[in-house]
Ligand binder design. Structure first.
Ligand code: PCD
Length: 785
């Protein structure tokens, strides 16, 4: 066979149509809310109207009187079962239902279970809660003030509102480098709170069967196995009696990684009532209480030589974690992978400090489309790079070019301890500049300026650490980060593949089959892919941080290779030769030197059930657990050109060029879809999206009138290009890609707008770059934060 045949069977590199779409576009998906179980009840949550208050009394009597109400749960009742508080994925605790205080607006106070969701809502309305208001704390500045109220007075030994402190790098070497700098460039900014905002909100159906004592939970989780482990450990239920099923998921974006009180309350309700209990969150519940991204204040300095070389970087981050430190982080890294900042540049040395702050806001810091805080890292890095180029009086593209890691530098150790695997950064940058017509744009820009028009160009070059772990360094709650795949080839050569990851729309059912096709020559269409049921799928850490291709994808290659090894034995038996003489080509094994004597993979599969050699275990299946040796490091160069209207502050995107290198692409069409999706979110964050709070801690943006999602109408067109640098340690050379564009994209838009304002003295306008902010900056010639 030839490479062309691999495309025909839907192998590596085939832009195969997404098989899951056959049900999605027909409205035949099976989401949590589509599932109806016999005797199912419905749960609603009563949320706190106040950001910070002591609960003085809760009266549920009127709720109990409503016909159809089956159960009302308060924090007190949870406490009696030791379930009022739950551990978070970051070694903190979070209130399931409030007992002592409420700590953010929208916090879960009571739940009502009833015959239908409307009765349950009426039940919530009938509950009377009395609050004694406390001073709300809505940002890190207030949080660390000497007279700030203590938010987490539930935690023993907690004396102030500090959530954590963290540090990495070489302080002394960094100080020495700064002492030698010709130019020191400084920058401060806020990456605002944004919300992943999946189209499907969160929800669960807990189904405890009193007869079998088995608990089944259908739920919107990106990490079903982690949930099973958490339920087993927290509720002390035997693990084999817990089955977590993630059915179809309508977008995750990191929002569906944490464990939410609604899940836990529905489980307890089902155990108490012995009936299935469904909880489906509404939009405001989702926007007001579930995992936020970002909300980080960054300050940094860069030590530069006058020839443009970066000697060192010093950064400090203050994060607003909200009331509970509830996002998932690898244990060692309290602020995620923020220290991946500057990983694509040769920066000599650096030092980063970080402090997390509790505030009276919903838990934040979730890795919204990024590998644990990498979005903040790359945004800051690229805003800093632009500011430094201005300070040096250098061309921004040239400044990047001379500092990017060179092709012969890999594997490259960063000052913060990462090992960057491979890349062709200079090539990507050049391709991007050529595609946008960089030199000509600068000419046009200068010419337009003479006529009062403000054009700008913004560049963002970035890399992202994707595919946690390796297990030496990465764990969540002590569980090592690896992944798994189980492949069973049936006698007719068709197969089922079960994987520990869980797609939320990424297209795993399509792409995983392609890896099997590549490794075994079985057409991708002959492989059924199953994910998300802990009773059937092998253990996996879930799908987030673009880890599925780097980790689960590698496990799929490895399990297919194990199957191939057995097929080789079967072929030797069929071909009556020794195993050493059997050669492999895609989909077929043959006798070395006699290529016409061969057996197809399908013939070998049949033999595994009907004609195996004496002493061989029948069947053709295997399982593989994959612990990656390193993260994969894709690279991207994003370039935006914009025009800013000086009269209104409105800016339009003229063109957007993206050059992505995510190693070998399994399905180029899926990859392009991922990049376009990420760029759309990047555009949203830079231009229109933020979650903000007033001084009382009231959330502004708890609905889609205030929190804006871009539609096809506002979203600019994207011109996509590719470079392929295979990952040296991944079995098929693939790197992750799902998040890159959302991570690197915002800086391209924001840099472009700032470039259009380069003669005004404006150094930074914080995101989102709403027209009024841009206009204000233009009026005053000053920064807007
Ligand atoms: N791929 C290919 N090739 C390569 C790579 C990749 O083909 N080289 C493809 C795969 O297979 C898939 C996709 O693509 O299908 C993706 O991948 P990745 O990168 O590996 O990733 P994952 O893991 O799978 O996923 C995850 C991501 C994330 S993370 C996010 S946010 C987002 C993204 O993904 N989300 C979502 N995308 C998406 N899409 C959709 N549709 N939906 C959703 O939800 Mo995080 O951390 O969670 O925040």
């Amino acid at each position: 066979m030839t490479a062309l045949d691999e495309i025909k069977i839907g192998g590596l590199g085939a832009s195969r149509r997404r098989v899951e779409d056959a049900r999605f576009v027909r409205g035949r998906g099976n989401y949590t809310d589509d599932i109806v179980l016999p005797g199912m009840l419905h749960m609603e949550i009563l949320r706190s109207p106040l950001a910070h208050a002591r609960i003085t009394s809760i009266d549920t009597s009127r709720a109990w009187e409503i016909p159809g109400v089956r159960l009302v749960l308060t924090g007190e009742m949870m406490a009696q079962r030791n379930l009022a508080w739950m551990p978070t994925l970051s070694y903190d605790t979070q209130a399931v239902l409030a007992t002592d205080k409420v700590r953010f607006q929208g916090q879960e106070v009571c739940v009502v279970v009833a015959d239908d969701p409307y009765i349950a809502k009426d039940g919530c309305d009938a509950i009377v809660v009395e609050y004694e208001p406390l001073t709300p704390v809505v940002n890190p500045l207030q949080s660390r003030a000497a007279d700030a109220p203590l938010i987490r007075d539930d935690k023993e030994g907690q004396v102030d509102n500090t959530c954590y402190r963290w540090e990495v790098g070489d302080r002394a070497a960094t100080e020495r480098a700064f002492a030698q700098a010709d130019v020191v460039s400084r920058m401060q900014l806020h990456y605002p709170r944004s919300h992943p905002s999946p189209i499907e909100c969160c929800g669960s159906i807990a189904d405890f069967d009193p007869a079998t004592q088995k608990l089944t939970v259908y739920m919107t989780t990106q990490a079903p196995h982690i949930i099973r482990a958490a339920v087993a450990l927290v509720a002390e239920l035997p693990e084999h009696m817990i089955r977590i099923v993630s059915p179809d998921i309508g977008g995750g974006f990191g929002n569906k990684v944490p464990v939410y009180p609604g899940y836990v309350a529905s489980i307890l309700a089902s155990i108490l009532l012995g009936r299935p209990v469904k909880w489906i969150e509404d939009r405001t519940g989702n926007l007001a209480s579930t995992g936020f991204g970002r909300d980080m204040y960054l300050a940094a300095e860069m030590a530069l030589r006058s020839d443009g070389r970066i000697l060192a970087v010093r950064m400090h981050a203050d994060t607003d974690q909200g009331a509970f430190f509830a996002d998932a982080q690898p244990t060692k890294f309290k602020i995620g992978l923020l220290h991946s900042a500057f990983a694509c540049y040769d920066i000599g040395t650096g030092h980063i400090t970080a402090q997390g702050h509790y505030t009276n806001k919903a838990p934040g810091g979730v890795a919204y489309r990024c590998s644990f805080r990498v979005t903040e890292a790359m945004f800051f890095q690229e805003r800093m790079m632009q500011a430094a180029a201005v300070d040096l009086g250098m061309d921004q593209a040239e400044f990047r070019r001379i500092n990017l890691l060179r092709d012969d530098a890999f594997p490259a150790r960063t000052p913060f301890g990462f090992l960057v695997d491979s890349g062709q950064y200079g090539k990507c940058l050049r391709l991007g500049l050529d595609a946008i017509g960089y030199e000509q744009f600068l000419v046009d820009q200068a010419e337009a300026r003479t006529r009062g028009r403000r054009l700008g160009i913004g560049i963002s070059t970035m890399t992202e650490p994707l595919g946690a772990g390796n297990s030496r360094e990465y764990d969540i709650l002590g569980i090592k980060m690896f992944d798994s795949a189980e492949l069973r080839v049936h006698m007719t050569g068709k197969a089922i593949l079960r994987v520990g990851a869980k797609s939320q729309g990424q297209g795993h059912e399509t792409t995983w089959g392609q890896i099997v096709a590549h490794e075994l020559g079985i057409p991708a269409a002959d492989v059924i892919v199953e994910e998300g049921d802990t009773d059937t799928a092998p253990f996996g850490m879930g799908t987030y941080a673009s880890r599925s291709t780097p980790v689960a994808g590698a496990a799929i290659s490895m399990v297919a290779r194990k199957v191939r090894a057995k097929a080789r034995k079967l072929a030797a038996h069929l071909l009556e030769c020794s195993e050493e003489d059997v050669e492999w080509e895609l989909g077929r094994l043959y006798v070395r030197g006699a290529p016409h004597r061969g057996a197809t993979i399908q013939e070998c599969a049949m033999a595994a059930y009907s004609n195996m050699p004496d002493g061989m275990e029948p069947g053709l299946e295997n399982v593989a657990y994959y612990d990656p040796p390193n993260l994969t490091w894709p690279f991207a160069c994003y370039i935006a050109t914009v025009e800013v209207d000086p009269e209104t502050g409105v800016w339009d995107v003229l063109r957007f060029v993206a050059v992505d290198d995510c190693g070998v692409r399994i399905n180029p069409m899926v990859v392009e879809g991922q990049i376009m999706g990420g760029l759309t979110e990047a555009y949203a964050m830079s231009s229109m999206q933020f979650q903000t709070y007033d001084a009382e801690g009231n959330m502004v943006g708890s609905n889609y009138m205030d929190y804006l999602l871009p539609t096809a109408w506002e979203t600019p067109g994207f011109e996509l290009h590719e470079v392929v640098t295979p990952c040296p340690h991944h079995p098929i050379g693939a790197k992750g890609v799902g998040e890159c564009a959302a991570v690197g994209g915002p800086a391209a838009f924001v840099n472009a707008v700032h470039d259009a304002l380069s003669d005004t003295g404006v150094r930074n306008i914080d995101m989102p770059l709403l027209p009024d902010r841009v206009w204000q900056a233009l009026q005053d010639g000053r920064d807007v934060s």
